[in-house]
Design a protein around this ligand. Structure first.
Ligand SMILES: CC(C)(COP(=O)(O)OP(=O)(O)OC[C@H]1O[C@@H](n2cnc3c(N)ncnc32)[C@H](O)[C@@H]1OP(=O)(O)O)[C@@H](O)C(=O)NCCC(=O)NCCS
Length: 148
């Protein structure tokens, strides 16, 4: 399997399954995996929408099809499937690089683009960028952002 063979999806991030990522069964803890996916999706949304102020709105059904054990390497792939007015919908796939099995697929992860007031605001994009052309050029200064 190449790094781009699932519907043109790019698998940018790999994770090493560490002892702190295991459940009581000794396999990968679902909560750790969901945290990794949410972070990956947030970064993808920032790159696509050129805005740090993006938040997770919706995650569709998740079916854990296979797992991983300590020391395995997993890779995460995302692709934008729909640019809405204020939202971005993505599809996610996570694979075990050792067993070659798909760990999970998430058909819909929706992020919403927020304005300075914390309300949804149009992002103005309708297609995927494969470059860094929309990346913000200033630090996020998270501590300085006024929370709603
Ligand atoms: C994100 C938030 C500001 C959106 O508020 P809202 O009142 O739902 O806003 P809207 O109804 O204008 O919807 C905004 C966009 O989300 C989409 N959306 C809303 N609910 C949705 C759902 N259940 N599933 C998919 N998309 C949804 C809308 O279609 C709209 O997209 P579009 O403009 O591209 O058509 C608000 O729900 C919120 O703050 N949620 C918490 C987000 C958060 O903190 N996430 C981190 C985890 S706690």
């Amino acid at each position: 399997m190449s790094a781009t063979d699932t519907d043109g999806m790019n698998f940018h991030t790999r994770k090493w399954v560490r002892p702190e990522d295991l459940n009581a069964n000794g396999t990968l803890f679902g909560g750790s995996l969901l945290k990794w996916i949410d972070e990956e999706a947030a970064i993808y949304a920032i790159i696509q929408l050129g805005n740090y102020r993006v938040v997770t709105k919706f995650i569709s059904e998740i079916n854990f099809e296979a797992s991983a054990v300590q020391g395995d390497l997993v890779e995460m792939g995302l692709i934008a499937t729909h640019f809405g007015r204020t939202s971005l919908t993505m599809r996610a796939v996570v694979r075990n690089m050792i067993t070659r099995r798909t760990i999970l697929t998430i058909e819909k992860i929706v992020f919403v683009n927020l304005g300075d007031d914390g309300n949804p605001t149009p992002h103005g994009y309708d297609s995927i960028t494969y470059k860094r052309d929309r990346m913000p050029t200033q630090h996020s200064a998270t501590g300085a952002i006024r929370l709603p």
